[in-house]
Write a protein that binds this ligand. Structure first.
Ligand SMILES: [Ca+2]
Ligand SMILES: [Ca+2]
Ligand SMILES: [Ca+2]
Ligand SMILES: [Ca+2]
Length: 501
């Protein structure tokens, strides 16, 4: 459902990639705080804490999973943080057949394809908004479904409420994009919801026990293309770019000003009245975005991956803001919003690897403070990197934040499955880095790295690589497999293709 322009992905990977781009991106910054996800939301977005024990938790999709024999009905998995990180031992695995979850597992629903967390009912436990974008309602094929699953002392149990589709009968993949934040700065979590139109619905003041907006439901209509399965927003990313304590939104979609319809990001600032499209500004291109304060100046910085090559179109035009092998575009925040920009490829400074055609550097990315120095650090995946003859084995790169922004001259780290200590091996089509997440899941205030891959032809796996306090390390690393987490490997579950943000 997410399409890059002008580059198209191999057919075989469409399912996983579509969702990977969907939610994966919406940035997450992190620095753990015992507060709930939106309470401290400004330039740093805390990790989710679904069970309220003060240690960060992670949730991710297995939207292609069989449930009770129904192909691609979909599941979500939450792994709860412990002093020794995350494993399958402490988790919830939830489908629409789990007691309390709205709806019923049916073939092709893709429950879990997009997720976003915040404490939507203000009870101190983070909750998870989960969509099933291909849900059918009556005659509305691909209507889409959306639910909020409530956190509790036991974490996510399945207990939840449906959020009704305001445009029923539109075949519009309701909920295909989600972002949570406090867009009006009133201290309560808001939820932005996309479909295939250019209208984004914003639920203000949390979500009630009955599935309504706590305060009001409003809409915004940014200048992106509307209609068709690939239109509407491709990604919504929340963060505070101008440092005013109100969450801003970056909307990714196809621009309407030129015939090219370039993939473009728009900065939509939060105000006392909520998100203001009239004050929107166009940003650098990219699909997956993360927002966080990389240079420690108190303003959230925008990082977007433009993984396509800079290949000229037939008319000689080069895609904007692109680089051979893929590029990460950075726009630093300021009191007046987006300010200075920078670009990074594998050929920049001491960034590990070499830019090669179709590497897809910037395929996924996330921010988090690995060493607790107050500068958000960046993980970037190169999901199509070929390694030792294994096509598209994939790798991830860690670049550290500094007062001068992303440090590309020293301190970088790179991990593939062939890196000593990383579980598994490089294999064709593994796409190590199908999604990435930097969140503290040990409670030490340092962000740990989680990497999703397309292991074993789409079974998928999640690899945990902890922070040792100053760096990401392989010591204590482990992989979580679908079978360990109660997810069937029949078909293509794409376990770990999409982390909640
Ligand atoms: Ca927790
Ligand atoms: Ca809650
Ligand atoms: Ca703001
Ligand atoms: Ca900054």
């Amino acid at each position: 459902m997410h399409k890059q322009h002008p580059h198209h992905r191999p057919r075989a990977l469409q399912l996983a990639l579509a969702t990977a781009t969907a939610a994966a991106l919406t940035g997450g910054l992190l620095t753990f705080s015992a507060a709930t996800a939106t309470a401290a939301d400004s330039t740093v977005v805390p990790a989710a804490d679904f069970n309220g024990d003060g240690i960060g938790d992670v949730a991710f999709s297995a939207e292609g999973a069989y449930v009770s024999g129904h192909k691609a009905a979909g599941q979500v998995v939450a792994l709860y943080g412990t002093a020794t990180g995350v494993s399958a031992a402490k988790r919830s695995t939830i489908s629409q057949n789990t007691a309390g979850v709205p709806g019923t597992a049916e073939a092709g629903d893709a429950f879990g394809a997009e997720t976003a967390y915040a404490d939507f009912n203000g009870d101190g436990y983070d909750d998870l908004a989960v969509s099933s974008p291909h849900e059918k309602f009556g005659t509305d094929t691909d209507a889409g479904g959306l639910a909020v699953l409530w956190g509790s002392r036991s974490g996510l149990t399945g207990k939840g409420v449906a959020i009704a589709d305001p445009a029923s009968s539109s075949h519009d993949l309701w909920g295909k994009n989600l972002a949570a934040g406090d867009f009006d700065g009133d201290g309560r979590a808001d939820l932005a919801v996309g479909n295939t139109s250019s209208t984004i619905y914003v639920y203000k003041g949390g979500i009630t026990a009955g599935g309504a907006a706590g305060l009001a439901r409003t809409t915004i209509k940014p200048l992106i293309q509307s209609g068709g399965s690939a239109r509407g927003p491709m990604n919504l990313t929340a963060g505070d770019i101008n440092g005013d304590g109100r969450t801003d939104l970056v909307v990714d979609g196809f621009e309407t000003k030129t015939d090219y319809g370039w993939n473009t990001n728009y900065y939509v600032p939060g105000t006392a009245n909520g998100l203001s499209v009239s004050a929107a500004k166009a940003l650098k291109t990219g699909i997956i975005t993360a927002i966080g304060d990389i240079n420690g100046d108190g303003f959230g910085d925008i990082v977007s991956g433009a993984p396509w090559d800079n290949t000229k179109l037939s008319d000689g035009t080069t895609p904007p803001d692109s680089a051979y092998g893929g590029k990460v575009n950075i726009t630093y925040g300021s009191a007046s919003g987006p300010a200075g920009t920078a670009g990074i490829s594998q050929n920049t400074g001491s960034v590990p690897g070499t830019a090669e055609k179709n590497d897809s550097f910037g395929y996924e990315l996330d921010l988090g403070d690995i060493n607790h120095d107050g500068y958000q650090d960046l993980v970037v995946s190169t999901a199509y990197e070929d390694l030792d003859g294994h096509a598209d084995a994939g790798m991830v790169t860690v670049l550290y934040g500094s007062a001068h922004g992303v440090n590309t001259s020293s301190g970088a780290q790179a991990f593939a499955q062939s890196t000593p200590g990383v579980p598994g091996n490089d294999e064709k089509g593994d796409h190590f880095g199908l999604d990435v997440k930097l969140d503290d899941v040990t409670g030490d205030g340092r962000a740990d790295l989680l990497v999703g891959s397309y292991e074993n032809a789409g079974d998928g796996t999640v690899t945990y690589l902890p922070s040792n306090g100053t760096k990401i390390t392989t010591t204590g690393s482990r992989s979580v497999w679908p079978a360990d987490a109660g997810v069937s490997t029949t078909g293509t579950p794409a376990f770990g293709a999409n982390f909640a943000d």
